[in-house]
Design a protein around this ligand. Structure first.
Ligand code: C2E
Ligand code: CA
Ligand code: CA
Length: 581
């Protein structure tokens, strides 16, 4: 599969890859040499003792030296057997050569010198030769099987191209060598409709034909870059382009692959014209991170697909990432909404004496792999793509049901705060939704609080004000979230029918860094009080922040210092403990 025309890649990088995957344990050459030397030495000892008349005396026993000939000859044979077992072909031939060189001497001993002590040696040598031949044949068979397994591990069964695994190994290898390459993500256009209309068998034939054309091209060296083409699965392929001069070179190479598709493809008597979308990203120019490189190429490929123009090739650029990222997160949100898997955590709020005031429900979601996606990531996307009201509603419904039950068993006088996006608030049925929420959950209206971000309200003040007043009439409380970050005007605050002001974490963070910051927070608290609001500080983490806020007369605290957002069981525990006090 590798276009290895430069001849400077011995052994070919794919072979290297394969070896990496199926490492054969090799004995060091030194062992080979030791075995050879041992064989020669023991054989010399054998010939010495075989013809010797000497004896060894051990206490009362007299042992003729000749007896040891058998012992040493067995040792010598074990050496060659080891060579045949552990050193494959070279081991086998070396072992065979050693025995054959040694044989005439042994035979001569018997025939010419009539030294019949050597007779067992002749037979042992013959048996050893048979043994190493059996070992050799067996080893060869094993190697063939292993080769087949190695091959299968890195080959895509349908098309015969290297598979995802092989591609990953090569990418790792290039990364190790710090070699520049372009990662080209390829997706066939309209492949799904071929599958849908013609069936899987025809679809597979198309894939095989495409793969064969590309494989041929990669091997031909025609592109004048060093190419590696792999199938990742489905109609997804990857091309790795190496040894290019500049970006033009990469595009030129990709165009060749595109052109290879251009010719008509006839399957089952039907003609197809297949095209593909190509997106590429360059290592390490764009990123040295393998995963990122892959997603960059993917983003570029999707961009090429979306653009639906005659040019099917795109080079990755940063702005694609944003678009693509939004689409990706949007997909996750839709799936979570469909499967109703949004859930919530509850972050406790306390008064300054550390008595529980209530909890803020914070949306949580997992992607299809079970990884938590941060609300900082999915809430803005949900707002942008118009799904925020559905997300809000899911959290409303779930957290209120839980909280209603909790109030029933604990009788605690605590508040549930929920976040409403302004988009959600502006919906005509928002008021009905809140009414239903109260009714279904059984939460008393005064124990429910809706948090609205200050900044957004300004944009449609009138309608927002109407809604908020209606909510207040129901008895539900209103909190102004992230206070200080938006367009805060006193006159606006004055008109605002809120109960609680939430000072944004950013002010709390820098509060103790200068006197003026401290004074600023203190004045927000005083003004809030003058306007008749309670004030809560968000994101309190440090004891000195707590002390400053206490001195400034802040009413409530929400922050890691006293409690992180918790799963519902843990929140329940806190409530039951608090109710039991
Ligand atoms: P937020 O409403 O200002 O919520 C407070 C955020 O600050 C939470 O982040 C909370 O975990 C975090 N936080 C609280 N105390 C500390 C602290 O001491 N240190 C630090 N470092 N962080 C603290 P989270 O849960 O990531 O939520 C982020 C934002 O997502 C929320 O900010 C809110 O604007 C939005 N959000 C969360 N759930 C919902 C929802 O159900 N609906 C809507 N519309 N927005 C939501
Ligand atoms: Ca909030
Ligand atoms: Ca906030």
């Amino acid at each position: 599969m590798m276009n290895d025309k430069t001849g400077d890649q011995k052994p070919g990088i794919l072979a290297h890859t394969v070896d990496n995957i199926m490492t054969r344990r090799k004995m060091p050459v030194s062992v080979f040499i030791v075995l050879m030397v041992l064989y020669i030495v023991t054989n010399m000892v054998v010939s010495r003792v075989a013809g010797s008349q000497g004896v060894i005396r051990i206490s009362d026993s007299v042992i003729p030296l000749q007896t040891f000939a058998g012992v040493f000859s067995s040792m010598a044979n074990i050496c060659v057997i080891f060579m045949a077992v552990y050193f494959g072909k070279p081991g086998f031939f070396a072992a065979l050569a050693l025995i054959l060189i040694n044989m005439p001497g042994v035979i001569m001993g018997v025939v010419v010198r009539h030294n019949f002590n050597s007779l067992p040696g002749v037979f042992t040598n013959i048996l050893t030769i048979i043994t190493i031949i059996i070992i050799f044949i067996n080893n060869e068979r094993l190697n063939r099987t292993q080769d087949r397994i190695r091959e299968q591990a890195v080959t895509d069964m349908l098309t015969g191209l290297p598979n995802r695994f092989a591609c990953l190994e090569l990418v790792k290898e290039l990364e190790r060598r710090k070699e520049t390459y372009a990662f080209v993500g390829i997706n066939l256009n309209g492949f799904k409709s071929i599958n849908d209309t013609m069936g899987f068998t025809a679809g597979n034939e198309v894939l095989k034909e495409v793969a064969s054309r590309w494989k041929h091209l990669a091997e031909s060296g025609e592109t004048r870059t060093l190419d590696f083409i792999a199938r990742m699965g489905g109609d997804e392929f990857v091309l790795l382009v190496r040894k290019f001069q500049d970006e033009e070179d990469i595009v030129r190479t990709i165009r060749k692959y595109e052109k290879a598709l251009g010719e008509r493809l006839t399957i089952d008597g039907c003609d197809f014209f297949i095209s593909a979308s190509f997106g590429f990203s360059i290592f390490p120019t764009d990123t040295a991170d393998r995963e990122a490189l892959y997603s960059y190429a993917d983003a570029a490929m999707h961009e090429a697909k979306r653009a639906n123009s005659s040019d099917h090739i795109r080079r990755f650029t940063r702005d694609m990432l944003k678009e693509d990222h939004i689409l990706e997160v949007e997909g996750k949100i839709r799936t979570a909404l469909q499967n109703d898997t949004f859930f919530f955590h509850l972050q406790p709020q306390y008064d300054m004496d550390h008595r529980l005031r209530g909890f803020e429900a914070l949306a949580r979601m997992r992607d299809e792999n079970g990884n938590i996606v941060s609300p900082g990531e999915f809430i803005p996307v949900a707002e942008k793509v118009g799904l925020i009201d559905q997300v809000d509603s899911a959290i409303f419904r779930k957290s209120a049901a839980f909280f209603g039950d909790l109030l029933k068993i604990s009788k605690a006088d605590i508040t549930l705060s929920i976040n409403a996006s302004v988009r959600h608030l502006m919906k005509n049925d928002f008021l009905d939704e809140v009414r239903d929420l109260l009714k279904n959950s059984g939460i008393p209206a005064e124990q429910l609080e809706i948090e609205i971000t200050e900044s957004i309200m300004i944009e449609s003040m009138e309608k927002a004000l109407y809604c908020i007043n209606e909510i207040k009439k129901m008895g539900v409380k209103i909190a102004i979230d992230d206070f200080g970050t938006g367009y805060s005007s006193l006159s606006y605050l004055n008109n605002f029918p809120a109960n609680l002001l939430k000072i944004d974490k950013s002010f709390i963070d820098k509060m103790n860094s200068s006197d003026s910051s401290k004074q600023y927070v203190a004045s927000i608290i005083s003004i809030g009080h003058i306007m008749g609001f309670d004030v809560i500080s968000e994101g309190v983490e440090e004891p000195d922040q707590l002390e400053t806020l206490r001195a400034a007369g802040c009413d409530y605290i929400q922050g890691y210092i006293w409690g992180r957002p918790l799963p519902q069981e843990e929140a329940e525990k806190i409530v039951l403990e608090f109710a039991g006090e």
